[in-house]
Design a protein around this ligand. Structure first.
Ligand SMILES: Nc1ncnc2c1ncn2[C@@H]1O[C@H](COP(=O)(O)OP(=O)(O)OP(=O)(O)O)[C@@H](O)[C@H]1O
Length: 303
C-alpha cells in the first residue's frame, strides 16, 4: 500500500469541557474517496478545521502528505471547499478563478476548462453576485479543483445543489480521484454517498463508530436482509404459520433473515409458490447501517 495522503492518528480535540473529537484515527489513500457521515454536531467540521491547521488538537497527530497541518507543504497539497462558500460579489466567475489560480501558482490557462467542467462557461463573465446558490457552490468546486490538489477536503459540498447537479458533482470528484487526488468529504446525505464513494466513516459524538466499505459495515453491523412477501388473498395466515415473519397488512409478510440464510428462505418460499403474488428482497442500506452505528447518540455524554 502507498503512503496515505491524509493520515489522522488518535486525534483528540476539545472546546472547554466539550470533547469534540475523541481518539479519531482515519487515513485516505491517493485516488480514494472517503465520506465522513455524522449527525449535526458530530465533529465533522472540527475534524476538517484540524486538518486545515485552524484548530490545534490536544493529542494525536495529523499528516497531510507527511506534513503537519498549516505548514506550507500541507497547504499546497490540499484544497478546501467549505460548507458555505462566499466570493466577492463584484467579481465575475472567471475573475474569481483567475485570482485563486494566482494564489496557488496554478496556470490561468486552465480556468476556462474548469468553468466548462462545472457547467459555468456561459455565466463566466457575469458577476458572482447575480448567481444562484447552486452556481456559487459549483464555482466553489471549481476553486477546489485548481491545481489538481493531492487532497480535496469538501465540507458538505452538495448542500444547495439540485439532484442533477449533485450527480454531476460526484462525476467530477470521481474524475479527480481517477487522476490520483484523495477525496475526503462530509455529508448528511446517506443515499447520496452510498454508491459514489469508496469508503464511509461514521462519526458520532466526536468518536469514530465505524469505518469501511459498505459491505464491510453491513457485515460488521450484522443487519438482517428483509424479504417482503405479498400473498394471494386469504393465504397470508398459512404462510406466516409456515415461515414466521411479521404481518405488514392482510396480504403482506416481512421476513428478516441473516444475509447467508436468504437463499434457503427463498427456497422455502418457493415450496409455497401457489400462495405467492410477489417477493422483494432488500439488503441493508447505508441508512440502516448509519442508524445502527450512530444509535449511541441518545445515551452517551461526552463532556
Ligand atoms: N469554536 C467552537 N467553540 C465551542 N464549541 C464548538 C466550536 N466549534 C464547534 N463546537 C462544538 O463542537 C461540536 C462539533 O461541532 P462541528 O461543527 O464539528 O459538528 P458537525 O459535525 O460539523 O455539525 P454540522 O453537521 O451541524 O455541521 C458541537 O457540539 C459544536 O457545538
Amino acid at each position: 500500500m502507498t503512503d496515505p495522503i491524509l493520515d489522522i492518528r488518535n486525534l483528540c480535540l476539545s472546546f472547554g469541557r466539550l470533547r469534540a473529537l475523541d481518539n479519531v484515527s482515519l487515513s485516505v489513500q491517493p485516488g480514494e474517496r472517503l465520506a465522513l457521515l455524522g449527525h449535526n454536531g458530530a465533529g465533522k467540521s472540527t475534524l476538517f478545521k484540524a486538518v486545515l491547521g485552524f484548530l490545534r488538537p490536544e493529542a494525536g497527530r495529523i499528516a497531510v502528505t507527511s506534513h503537519a497541518p498549516g505548514t506550507d507543504a500541507a497547504r499546497i497539497a490540499l484544497n478546501y471547499l467549505p460548507e458555505v462558500v462566499s466570493f466577492p460579489r463584484n467579481l465575475t466567475g472567471r475573475e474569481v478563478l483567475d485570482y485563486f489560480s494566482g494564489l496557488r501558482g496554478a496556470p490561468r490557462a486552465a480556468v476556462s476548462d474548469l468553468l466548462t467542467r462545472v457547467g459555468l462557461a456561459d455565466a463566466a463573465e457575469r458577476s458572482v453576485g447575480t448567481w444562484s446558490k447552486g452556481m456559487r457552490q459549483r464555482l466553489g468546486l471549481a476553486q477546489a479543483l485548481i491545481g489538481a490538489p493531492r487532497l480535496l477536503l469538501l465540507d458538505e459540498p452538495t448542500s444547495g445543489l439540485d439532484p442533477v447537479s449533485r450527480q454531476e458533482f460526484y462525476a467530477i470528484i470521481a474524475e479527480a480521484a481517477a487522476r490520483g487526488s484523495a477525496v475526503f468529504l462530509s455529508s448528511h446525505s446517506l443515499d447520496e454517498v452510498q454508491d459514489r464513494t469508496d469508503r464511509v466513516a461514521i462519526l458520532s459524538q466526536g468518536r469514530l463508530r465505524a469505518e469501511g466499505t459498505l459491505t464491510q459495515l453491513a457485515a460488521g453491523a450484522a443487519l438482517p436482509t428483509r424479504i417482503y412477501v405479498t400473498t394471494k388473498p386469504g393465504a397470508a395466515d398459512d404462510l406466516q404459520a409456515a415461515l414466521g415473519g411479521r404481518r405488514a397488512n392482510g396480504c403482506r409478510l416481512e421476513i428478516d433473515c441473516a444475509p447467508d440464510a436468504k437463499l434457503s428462505v427463498l427456497a422455502r418460499l418457493g415450496e409455497h409458490h401457489q400462495a405467492l403474488s410477489d417477493i422483494d428482497v432488500a439488503a441493508p442500506g447505508l441508512n440502516d447501517i448509519y442508524r445502527h452505528f450512530s444509535r449511541h447518540d441518545e445515551t452517551e455524554d461526552r463532556t
